[in-house]
Design a protein around this ligand. Structure first.
Ligand code: C2E
Ligand code: CA
Ligand code: CA
Length: 886
């Protein structure tokens, strides 16, 4: 298949025909020439062989005739001496038979019987031979006699060995009668081998091989006696050798045969082949060239067609797209514009040749410089791209985009060819798109900003700009996740401002805000990068710190924050200091229970607050324990309340001048089944926390009122009863109704409110409650005065009946002038506002005198009596009555 194709494609091509014809012609001519050349050579060889053969023939004929001539001489001798004796014969014969002659022996046979022989030696056997007894010899003898001439016999094998031819001659005597008488025969034996040698048939380097036929002179009909039979078959050259009484035929061929004699024809053939190739190869090459040229022409034609088609298409496309094609001869400033260019630039279609000015006239003056620059600077790199406005008539304009390539034309001039098209609408569209894109982007940016703002607001406190509780929750969550993956830890500081409400109330909300902002700054200034601070409530802040190494060192941070807060700042002329309490809790080793962490920090904060504020506490297991204990206590309290384990103790109050009992303060005691009598400081804080303080207050009030009635009934006149009232109790809905039901005599019952209570709770509801209590005839006293921040304004508003100066202020009066002046000032305020002053914690009579001198109205303290049970109190009064009575 493949071979077939190769043959078809490479050999059977029309262009190979001339070469093929030439090859065939050369082949034929070559063959003929070769043949003729062969024949010629053959003929030359035959002629050569013939001449050689003729040479041999001539030699044979010469030698045989020579020998025969000798025999004739002998015959003539005998003819003249018919009675020749043997000896004479030998003499004459010796002339014939010489060492170098071919004649070996001569014999004379008168009357056909041999009687003369020379040489006799060795030939004795021939003597006496009668031819008539030898038919073959006899017949030839007769032939000789009859023909009268020599008869050549043989070759024959000699009796004495060897081969020879025998020349037999009749001898006639010429008697005087003139007639002729047959004498007998003379025979000569001619040594054939010597003859052969002498004629060059053997032992010579004759170039031919010879065969000779014609025994007894029978010519070619005779028997071959010399040479090879093969010679006869090889178209030999034949030459007749005339011998006496007949002929021999020599057949000759060149030694080794005709083929060997023939000169080599390969050189000639090679020459012919070379000559043929000289003709055929160029012919074939020309054929190939012709074919290639034809293929080339075909390709050219195809290309031309393709070009035509492409041009048509291009024309169509350009027409449809309105793309103009231009060409500039840079030096000549000549333009070649197609119809569409003219149309684009608003020139008539057949406006003749264009040049640079046609273009320049149309380009908008604002774009002209740039357009020219762009064109010129495009010449070097060879790529031109430009966009410019052109101005048409009636104020119309167009935006043209042009692109081109620089090249050097065949005549060496620099040219630029390119296209140009109208991009007015594209430009307008792009501008539109850009405008709307910019608009969209602006809108998106607005939206993004709004979103960011909203998110920021959602996660930040607007006042301090700190993250808010929600953000803190997230941060904590994130920290928890981090800890879970890294096994790290986190520490949480819960910070609460001390006395923030007082500032808010006494100096106003703006001051409160300023304090908060300042607090935020203080905290932020003290934490490190990476710590997180949030404002989580009114005056609460939380700091979250990464704490993979544990909680150590956070006390320093807390200390720093508190110390910074204590530094005084000025607010509208007032010097303010921030008090801060901090609870610290941490979670480590990867597991962070966020809720627990917050609760723990809260517990620590609570502890810090309850231990006196302006301090920090770490959450500890013990703290937890205590909290648990207080929970236990709380349960106990509730149970104790149910079982009536709470009782009231009573401490009397005295007139500073007369030392008369003017009142009694009821103080709660817990008669615990196992702990014995428990003082209030061990259960009041827990009760407060647990909201059961109100219940205790109520129990104490009821017990005290009962006791009060019993005393009265017993004849002991106690002018007034004071009870401590907690904030919770004040908020107790049933308080007012209960008081109403009791129908209390005005001026007999007094409520002691801690200074901080009324300052913290200065709202409408609080004021209303106070007013209603007063309206029921119950006095209001301010307990622990001097420890809080009560202002004179608030005192005028609340109008308490009495102030109780706190024990902490009272105790030092005996030692310190300043304390005395402070108590003096409180007394003065009380006087000016018509408020009675009670001093509590009066432990010595010295105190009592001093306080009396300072102007205190009422005194309460161990100097007079400690708190005691109802019965004890009754006994106390009885003894006093006795004392007074005695
Ligand atoms: P308080 O209202 O200031 O009560 C006076 C406290 O001072 C009493 O302690 C009393 O025993 C003590 N005291 C009296 N004279 C002296 C003195 O010369 N020297 C010293 N060092 N102390 C003296 P108590 O009874 O342990 O009560 C402690 C606090 O418990 C009270 O302070 C009061 O705030 C609160 N409390 C007591 N009973 C009740 C109650 O029924 N309801 C409420 N809400 N709080 C109560
Ligand atoms: Ca009190
Ligand atoms: Ca007090």
């Amino acid at each position: 298949m493949a071979l077939h194709r190769i043959i078809r494609e490479n050999i059977l091509r029309p262009t190979n025909i001339p070469a093929a014809i030439a090859a065939v012609a050369i082949l034929i001519c070559g063959a003929v020439f070769d043949h003729q050349n062969g024949q010629l050579a053959d003929e030359r060889a035959r002629a050569e062989v013939l001449s050689q053969a003729n040479l041999i023939r001539a030699k044979l004929e010469g030698d045989i005739n020579g020998d025969v001539q000798l025999v004739r001489g002998l015959a003539a001798e005998i003819s003249s001496q018919p009675d020749m004796t043997q000896s004479t014969f030998a003499e004459v014969g010796a002339n014939l038979v010489r060492a170098d002659s071919q004649v070996k022996m001569v014999a004379g046979a008168p009357n056909l019987v041999i009687s003369l022989v020379h040489p006799l030696r060795g030939n004795e056997a021939a003597m006496g031979l009668d031819y008539r007894t030898r038919p073959g010899q006899y017949e030839s003898g007769l032939r000789a006699r009859d023909s009268g001439d020599v008869v050549l016999i043989g070759p024959v094998d000699l009796v004495q060995g060897g081969r020879a031819i025998i020349a037999r001659l009749p001898v006639f005597t010429h008697p005087f009668d003139g007639g002729r008488a047959f004498w007998g025969l003379v025979s000569a034996i001619i040594d054939l081998d010597k003859l052969y040698r002498d004629c060059g048939l053997v032992g010579s380097d004759a170039p031919i091989a010879v065969a000779i036929t014609g025994t007894d002179g029978l010519g070619k009909d005779g028997i071959r006696f010399f040479g090879d039979a093969a010679i006869e078959r090889d178209h030999p050259v034949r030459v007749n050798v005339r011998v006496p009484s007949g002929a021999w035929t020599i057949a000759a061929i060149p030694k080794g045969g005709w083929e060997a004699a023939r000169p080599s024809r390969w050189l000639l053939r090679l020459a012919i082949l070379a000559g043929g190739l000289v003709i055929v190869v160029p012919t074939w090459l020309i054929g190939r060239l012709v074919e290639e040229r034809r293929a080339h022409l075909l390709r050219m034609r195809d290309r031309e067609r393709e070009l035509e088609r492409l041009s048509r298409r291009l024309e169509l496309a350009l027409d449809a797209s309105k793309v103009g094609v231009w060409e500039v001869d840079v030096e000549a400033q000549q333009l070649v514009w197609d119809d569409r260019m003219n149309e684009l630039y608003n020139y008539p279609a057949d406006g003749g040749p264009r040049d640079f000015t046609h273009w320049r006239d149309r380009v908008d003056e604002h774009d002209l410089r740039r357009a020219i620059w762009e064109f010129e600077s495009a010449l070097k790199p060879g790529r031109y791209e430009s966009q410019f406005r052109i101005r048409l008539d009636e104020g119309r304009s167009r935006v043209v985009r042009a692109m081109g390539r620089a090249y050097v034309s065949s005549n060496g001039s620099a040219k630029v060819i390119g296209v140009a098209w109208d991009v007015t609408s594209d430009v307008a569209l792009t501008e539109d798109l850009q405008r709307s894109k910019a608009l969209t982007e602006a809108r998106n940016a607005d939206l993004e900003a709004a979103r960011a703002r909203i998110e920021y607001n959602a996660l930040h406190d607007f006042l301090t700009r700190l993250p808010n509780r929600m953000y803190m929750d997230r941060a904590l969550e994130e920290n928890a996740r981090r800890c879970a993956t890294t096994g790290g830890g986190v520490v949480l500081l819960h910070i609460d401002l001390d006395g923030f409400k007082q500032i808010n109330d006494t100096l106003g909300h703006a001051a409160g805000d300023a304090m908060l902002i300042h607090s935020a700054k203080v905290i932020r200034d003290n934490i490190r990068d990476g710590d997180f601070v949030a404002r989580t409530g009114g005056d609460e802040f939380v700091v979250l710190c990464k704490a993979d190494a544990g909680i150590a060192g956070f006390d320093a941070l807390a200390r720093r924050i508190i110390a910074s807060g204590r530094e005084p700042i000025l607010y509208e002329g007032h010097e303010c200091r921030l008090g801060m309490s901090i609870g610290i809790a941490g979670a480590f080793g990867g597991a962070v229970d966020r809720r627990q962490l917050l609760v723990n920090a809260d517990l620590a904060l609570y502890r810090a607050k309850s231990l006196g504020r302006n301090r920090f506490e770490f959450y500890t297991e013990e703290l937890q324990e205590e909290i648990l204990n207080s929970k236990q206590t709380a349960d106990d309290i509730v149970r104790g309340l149910e079982r009536g384990e709470f009782i009231a103790y009573y401490q009397p109050q005295f007139d500073a001048r007369t030392y008369q009992i003017v009142g009694v303060e009821a103080l709660a005691r817990w008669r615990h089944p196992t702990r014995g009598l428990v003082p209030p400081n061990e259960f009041i804080p827990i009760a407060e926390e647990l909201t059961v303080i109100g219940a205790i207050d109520r129990v104490v009030l009821e017990l005290a009122l009962n006791q009060f009635r019993l005393w009265r009934a017993g004849g002991h006149d106690v002018p007034r009863l004071s009870v401590n009232v907690s904030l919770r109790r004040l908020h107790d809905e049933s308080l007012l109704q209960g008081l109403r039901d009791l129908a209390i005599e005005p001026g007999v019952l007094s409520f002691e409110l801690v200074e901080t209570i009324y300052l913290d709770e200065r709202d409408e509801r609080f004021s209303r409650t106070i007013d209603q209590i007063k309206a029921l005839g119950v006095d209001i006293e301010i307990d622990d005065f001097g420890t809080g921040y009560a202002s004179i304004v608030s005192l005028t508003k609340l109008k308490p009946r009495r102030l109780k100066i706190d024990r902490q202020l009272v105790t030092p009066v005996t030692r310190s002038d300043a304390q005395r002046r402070l108590v003096q000032a409180i007394v003065d305020i009380g006087r000016s506002l018509d408020i009675e002053i009670v001093a509590e914690g009066v432990e010595t009579l010295e105190h009592a005198r001093l306080l009396r001198d300072l102007g205190c109205d009422i005194l309460q303290g161990y100097a007079f009596a400690e708190p005691m049970s109802g019965e004890e109190f009754e006994r106390f009064m009885s003894s006093r009555t006795r004392l007074v009575a005695s």
